[in-house]
Design a protein around this ligand. Structure first.
Ligand code: SF4
Length: 383
């Protein structure tokens, strides 16, 4: 486990009340600041000449990477440092792969199907990460890929086997599960070098529902790669959704790109909505606008990925920020509409917004995205 700032501080001169306490030789104002920086690996341990041997050894052990990272093209496999996501974060999502046997007559069709697979979840599009070719002979990646546009990486089985990976055949569920847990615990808790290679599980090819259940468990604990013999869209869609949820960094909010979004072919007189770039807020509003038979714009303001009320209280959704962003998007010259509908939750901002952005009139929208349909109907009757 990595040392915390407080654990490091216990060894420092300030904690031991030594004469060098807070001497600033390291460039930090205090030993505490140095300890906190060291914990985040933002400073070299050699910067303080008074660090004791015991701290040097414990620190070196604590920052040693638990798992190796193996790279295949743009894929990163392994590199994990914690057992549970809430301890810090997981680093690299479990790679989901399909093995294709090129000695079979339908192998090209199979590759085509895999390459064409796309799955969109929370605004992000995923595919099969890796295609592993068995019995590939002289077939090259480019000849197999042809003109297909796909994010899937293609390699030969021999290339995969040459990497520093621990590739295991799935045994019965209990045995495989226990092996994965034991191996990860030894890698993380004991920093055991013999367990540091990322683990890849080659699934037994049987009933798809049972495969899905077992693979879901391995994805949670603790396979770095799962290899299937057959490709199944439902299986991959399920695992990609689960993977997204397991590997989302709990320290980062889900956010979407700020900017001007368009629904139902708006023209320069269409209505304009505004909200923040918190992903769940965006999808709630976007979903409503998409389903309305009304052309509309949606301005997504950059607000550090916070929801509307949180952003308002944290001052990341202010009249100044809105004004600057409207200028950046050049809304005044792009769209004739001068009314902008803001979320009802921040109606207190309206007066300030009207003052800060005199070219526009801000009006109070709904508190809940699900009421947007009714709100738009009323708005049309008033026009
Ligand atoms: Fe503390 Fe060492 Fe920095 Fe001096 S050089 S302030 S003792 S951490």
């Amino acid at each position: 486990m990595e040392m915390t700032g407080l654990q490091i501080f216990k060894y420092m001169p300030a904690a031991k009340k030594l004469p060098q306490s807070n001497c600033k030789e390291c460039g930090c104002p205090t030993c505490m600041v140095y300890s906190l920086k060291l914990a985040k690996q933002q400073i070299d341990i050699g910067k303080c000449p008074y660090v004791c041997e015991e701290l040097k050894q414990n620190y070196a052990h604590s920052i040693k990477h638990s798992q190796k990272t193996v790279e295949i093209a743009n894929l990163k496999i392994g590199g994990e440092n914690v057992l549970y996501r809430h301890e810090k974060t997981f680093i690299n999502p479990t790679t989901l792969a399909v093995m294709v046997d090129c000695s079979k007559p339908d192998y090209e069709e199979k590759i085509k199907k895999i390459c064409e697979f796309e799955y969109t979840h929370v605004g992000q599009t995923f595919g099969v990460d890796l295609i592993i070719l068995k019995n590939a002979d002289n077939k090259t990646e480019s000849s197999l890929r042809a003109d297909r546009e796909s994010s899937s990486v293609i390699i030969n089985l021999e290339q995969l086997q040459a990497l520093d990976l621990n590739i295991i055949e799935e045994q019965d569920f209990q045995t495989t599960k226990n092996y994965l847990i034991e191996t990860r615990k030894k890698a993380i808790l004991d920093k055991d070098d013999s367990c540091s290679a990322p683990v890849c599980v080659v699934m037994k090819n049987n009933d798809i529902y049972s495969q899905c259940a077992r693979a879901s468990y391995y994805l949670c604990k603790y396979a770095n790669m799962i290899i299937f013999d057959e490709f199944d869209e439902d299986l991959f869609s399920t695992l990609l959704t689960l993977r997204y949820n397991i590997f989302t960094d709990p320290q980062k909010t889900l956010q979407v790109d700020s900017g001007l979004y368009k629904y139902n072919n708006p023209d320069e007189n269409s209505i304009i909505f505004m909200t923040t770039n918190f992903a769940l807020t965006y999808f709630a509003v976007a979903n409503e606008l998409e389903n309305l038979d009304v052309p509309a714009y949606l301005i997504i303001v950059p607000a550090d990925g916070m929801s509307v009320l949180t952003a308002w209280s944290a001052q990341t959704f202010t009249p100044e920020i809105v004004s600057k962003f409207l200028d950046e998007l050049d809304i005044k010259n792009k769209i004739q509409t001068r009314k902008i509908i803001i979320p009802g939750l921040v109606s207190d901002m309206i007066d300030e917004l009207n003052q800060q952005c005199p070219d526009f009139e801000f009006i109070e929208g709904t508190k809940d995205a699900s009421d947007i349909g009714e709100f738009v109907k009323k708005l049309q009757l008033e026009r």
